[in-house]
Design a protein around this ligand. Structure first.
Ligand code: EPU
Length: 436
């Protein structure tokens, strides 16, 4: 297992190119199951999670290849296998997004139930409710979702859950409805930009969709979809992460490809925290104006502050002047990063779905452990500003969702290096125990 060694203290400066969005790429790639003929998809980031989904696509008969400029060509070459096995799905929860397309196109699906994650339970009841409303027969058998359907039928589907709308649940029902007979209306749909990006791809394939990006999406089913050429949107979470990294180091960073209209809530809270972000042609620039100030925020579904930037903002506010209160309404248990930040000197106290962060002047380098993707990014942000050296173990979590993260940070002047875990001989355990 690799680890990062980071020496804090360098102000980041320069330009970074924001890559394609992980959370748009995954459902877009899954949607290629619906098409007749090849699709060509650009701006797909090279990430572990994308690789994991491509392996599942391979398993269910979709050939996937990457050309020299990085475009992926996906084409269904065999419709016989409809099983996404546990061994692949357990690596990535978002694998569930092949369920809707398989049912709509092939009338059958067998997809391993994804388990929970460190950010909390990850139910899929709303995905199943939506597919059942379209006429799919679904049962859970030996840890698998087993679905069958004749042609799906359009329906009115309410997709609100206890924490609001569901992003991938909306994607599942939207994809399935494209080939259903008649009209589907999704009420309380997620309006994340990634859903709009997916809807754009489905429309390019010949689907008829209105209202993506709002809480009501209307889909008129068509007989067939064709392959299409399409571009994945820039990753707003990666952009937000670099803005916060620039801010905490007192730097000057231009994030090429970052869009203000996708980050309104984040820019609003950064402004309140005395972080200066300006829109320039082609991107956003963060420029230091001294120590950040306290602010409060609540992570909510879009257009609220994204839960996927909550941990990174916690790192930034841990060095702010004053005490901030941060509440998490999407995944109320997503606070695993706070204990590790505490080992670096952050003063964070949790109460229910909130934390209060008493800002300190300086964090200290320490040995810490990454626990999930965004928590790991928070530790990197903290380490960039900490006094001395930080060693972050288990950084494979970062490789799931940030493309060439350390290279990008190094190009901005960060002192960060990746070290491979060494095999060490522990008494009685032989040499297979790992050091990192
Ligand atoms: N929920 C249910 N029932 C369901 C589905 C969700 O109750 O059937 C609940 C969840 O437990 C949660 C809330 O609804 O409390 C929202 O979950 P959602 O379904 O929107 O999450 P998701 O679609 O599984 C995507 C992203 C996550 C991101 C969330 C919220 C992808 C691949 N994943 O997950 O991204 O945090 O939306 O914005 O798009 C990440 O990138 O690090 C990540 C975790």
């Amino acid at each position: 297992m690799d680890r990062f060694v980071i020496k804090g203290g360098s102000a980041l400066s320069g330009e970074v190119l924001i890559g394609g969005a992980k959370n748009a790429s995954l459902p877009i790639l899954a949607a290629t199951v619906l098409a007749e003929g090849p699709s060509s998809i650009g701006n797909v980031p090279r990430l572990q999670d994308v690789g994991a989904l491509c392996r599942i696509l391979g398993q269910i008969g979709v050939s996937v290849s990457r050309d020299s400029v990085g475009r992926l060509t996906c084409e269904v070459i065999d419709e016989d296998c409809v099983t996404a096995p546990y061994d692949l799905v357990r690596r990535m929860r978002a694998s569930i997004c092949v369920l809707g397309p398989l049912l709509a196109k092939r009338g059958q699906a067998r997809v391993s139930l994804p388990g929970g994650g460190v950010i909390g339970p990850r139910p899929i009841d709303l995905h199943l409710k939506g597919l059942r409303a379209l006429g799919a027969r679904i049962r859970i058998e030996h840890g698998y979702v087993v679905g069958e359907a004749d042609r799906l039928r359009g329906a009115r589907v309410y997709l609100g859950g206890p924490s609001g709308p569901t992003v991938l649940g909306t994607a599942t029902v939207m994809m399935a409805a494209t080939l259903a007979e008649g009209e589907t209306v999704i009420e309380h749909a997620a309006c994340e930009p990634e859903i709009e990006n997916l809807a754009g791809f489905l429309a390019a394939m010949g689907a008829s969709i209105e209202g993506a990006g709002t809480h009501r999406i209307r889909i008129r089913g068509v007989e067939k979809l064709r392959g299409a050429r399409y571009e994945v949107m820039p990753d707003r979470i990666e952009a937000g992460t670099f803005l916060m990294a620039g801010a905490i180091t007192g730097g000057d960073v231009f994030c090429r490809g970052a869009r203000a209209d996708r980050l309104d809530a984040v820019l609003d809270r950064l402004a309140d925290a005395n972080v200066n972000v300006t829109e320039e042609p082609g991107g956003l620039r963060v420029k230091s104006c001294g120590r950040p100030r306290r602010t409060d925020l609540t992570a909510l579904p879009y257009p609220g502050f994204p839960t996927d930037l909550q941990a990174q903002m916690t790192a930034l506010l841990s060095v702010a002047e004053g005490t901030s209160v941060l509440t998490e309404r999407v995944f109320p248990d997503r606070f695993i990063h706070t204990a590790e930040l505490g080992r670096m000197g952050a003063r964070i106290a949790r109460e229910g779905d909130s934390v209060s962060i008493q800002g300190v002047r300086r964090l200290e380098g320490a040995e810490v452990m990454a626990s999930d993707l965004r928590a790991s990014a928070a530790l990197v942000i903290a380490a960039l500003a900490a006094e001395g050296e930080t060693v972050i173990r288990r950084i494979y979590h970062l490789d799931r969702g940030y493309e060439r993260f350390e290279q990008k940070l190094r190009s901005l002047g960060a002192d960060i290096r990746r070290e491979s875990g060494r095999d060490v001989a522990l008494p009685g355990l032989g040499t297979h125990a790992r050091a990192a």
